[in-house]
Design a protein around this ligand. Structure first.
Ligand code: G6Q
Length: 534
């Protein structure tokens, strides 16, 4: 029997087994199914698993070549096969003295040089030696970027807000919707605003359009010569940065071996470094590095990203889950689900194996989430009583950075209670015993047996944060290896981009002939007739 068939059989059994009974028959279930590493405690006992399930999943990891894949990633092999690239965001946070080779060349000296350049620049902005064209200190930093050049620093800036300087306001502009940049520019003054144009390729339509609007806004007030003091770029494309008019001395480079959605650790984190300072940024890298070392060296049964990744595969491929919720009980992590949506869904939203053949199993789930307790008052209903199986990750700090009365105890009580409720449910007899009207009993009954992980850490620090993001990166990696897909390309975003280039001139010229389907033609015609007649 193949491991695939064995796991399908295991899933058939587990679908008929209630977790309540598994807890009742195994007083050591928590001991068996929890892990500690670095700052984290992961309780994964409230999952639809038995020791046999985990044994089979660990066998699946071995048979999928996960060990070799981890080594291949860290050693700079070109594991992003469709783009023929190494995948080395881990080198960006390599805090050891060990070299990391790509095509026979150690990339660490370049990485350290850019970190030093970021250090000097972020210090200069923070201590006000870097000044605007009229000699005023910078009060507003605007990062213009999208996708991987936006979500990481934007999410991290919120997560680490406690450590951020109050002297500077930070803004993130990503959307091509003019409302995004207009709202930010309305809050800023040209003399005291610094723009960081973040784009790996420096060809992204949204970013270049927003950057052009920002430059026009600045030069209208201060003239062309002001650009030098108010614009810096983060990119791999020096020629395009220069063509845009940014002095190459004000450019921070990164490399092809850093994927967009994995680029928070590179110069794409420049706004964050200005916000939290170099030392905190290094702490963040250190936390991620510690998680990297854990992932690289811990045996699979004690390896947190491996365990979390295997559980992800278990639910998606074997138990029939279509989605997955990440629910941080930490207001600082309110953008984490949005960040993880890109990390997980852009990486593993694939239906073709590495050999080009279609998969015949389910791959990456639909990820969603909101911070608790807010979500409890909206979509949790479906998780508790709907018809879908939705595995959940609850994430929380044991201590708040803002201990306020008994708020944090209430927050944590809610999270623990949610996980318990999802697992136990409430039987009709239990509802009846409460004296509920017989007609209402079906509505007030909860099936339970709904899985969740709880991930606890002590308190939010840059180091914990770095480790947390790295944990999820590696979890996604594990799943991609087991599904035998390329987690590092993103061809799926291309088609829409290409078609938008065709549609744009058609929207701007009423007489341009249209050759789309009937619906697309009608929509273009409606929009252009209305817009061009105003
Ligand atoms: C991430 C993706 C994508 C990318 C953006 C921005 O992995 O590749 O989100 O980050 O499209 O690209 P640029 O940084 O090249 O502007």
């Amino acid at each position: 029997m193949t491991i695939y068939t064995a796991l399908l059989q295991q899933a058939d059994t587990l679908k008929k087994t209630h977790m309540k009974d598994l807890f009742a028959t195994d007083p050591k279930r928590f001991d068996r199914f929890h892990l500690k590493t670095g700052p984290f405690l992961l309780d994964y006992s409230k999952n639809n698993i038995t020791p046999e399930t985990m044994r089979l999943l660990l066998q699946l990891a071995e048979e999928s070549g996960l060990r070799q894949a981890i080594d291949a990633q860290f050693s700079g092999q070109k594991i992003n096969t469709t783009e023929n690239r190494a995948v080395l965001h881990t080198a960006l946070r390599n805090r050891s003295d060990n070299p990391v080779f790509v095509d026979g060349r150690d990339v660490m000296p370049d990485i350290r040089a850019v970190l030093a350049q970021m250090h000097t620049f972020s210090d200069a902005v923070r201590n006000q030696t870097w000044r605007g064209a009229t000699g005023k200190p910078i009060t507003d930093v605007v990062n213009i970027g999208i996708g991987g050049s936006d979500l990481g620093p934007a999410m991290a800036m919120q997560a680490l807000e406690f450590y951020k300087t109050d002297a500077i306001s930070f803004h993130f502009v990503s959307n091509i919707d003019g409302t995004d940049i207009t709202r930010v520019l309305n809050k800023c003054r040209p003399e005291t605003t610094l723009f960081i144009i973040s784009s790996k390729t420096f060809t992204t339509q949204e970013t270049l359009t927003n950057a052009t609007t920002a430059r026009a806004w600045l030069t209208a007030a201060l003239g062309d010569t002001a650009v030098e003091k108010h614009f810096v770029a983060v990119s791999t494309n020096k020629t395009a940065v220069q063509a845009f008019g940014i002095n190459p001395d004000n450019m921070f480079v990164f490399w092809d071996f850093v994927g967009g959605r994995y680029s928070l650790w590179s110069a794409i984190g420049l706004s964050l470094m200005i916000g939290i300072g170099y030392d905190h940024f290094i702490e963040m890298l250190t936390g991620a590095y510690e998680m990297d070392m854990h992932f690289k060296t811990a045996p699979f049964d004690k390896n947190m990203p491996v365990i979390m990744g295997l559980l992800g595969v278990w639910y998606t491929t074997y138990m029939g889950a279509e989605s997955y919720a990440v629910l941080p009980y930490d207001q600082y992590l309110s953008r984490l689900p949005a960040y993880l949506q890109q990390l997980d869904m852009e990486s593993n939203g694939k239906s073709v194996k590495k050999n080009g053949h279609a998969v015949d199993y389910k791959t990456g789930p639909i990820l969603f989430g909101e911070p608790g307790t807010n979500g409890q008052h909206s979509f949790y209903q479906l998780i508790h009583q709907g018809t879908h199986l939705i595995p959940v990750d609850f994430i929380a700090p044991v201590h708040s950075l803002n201990e306020t009365g008994n708020h944090h105890a209430i927050l944590l009580a809610n999270m623990v209670a949610q996980a318990e409720a999802l697992m136990r449910g409430k039987t009709a007899d239990e509802v009846r015993a409460e004296g509920v009207d017989e007609a209402l009993i079906p509505f007030k009954t909860f099936s339970g047996n709904r899985p969740s992980n709880i991930l606890l850490f002590d308190r939010m620090t840059p180091r914990v944060f770095g480790a947390l993001v790295a944990l999820y990166e590696h979890k996604v990696f594990v799943q991609g290896i087991i599904w035998n897909i390329d987690s590092f390309d993103q061809w799926g975003v291309e088609l829409g981009k290409q078609l938008a280039k065709v549609v744009l001139p058609e929207l701007q010229d009423k007489n341009k002939p249209l050759a789309h389907d009937n619906s697309t033609n009608a929509l273009i015609d409606h929009i252009r007739t209305n817009r061009l007649n105003v």
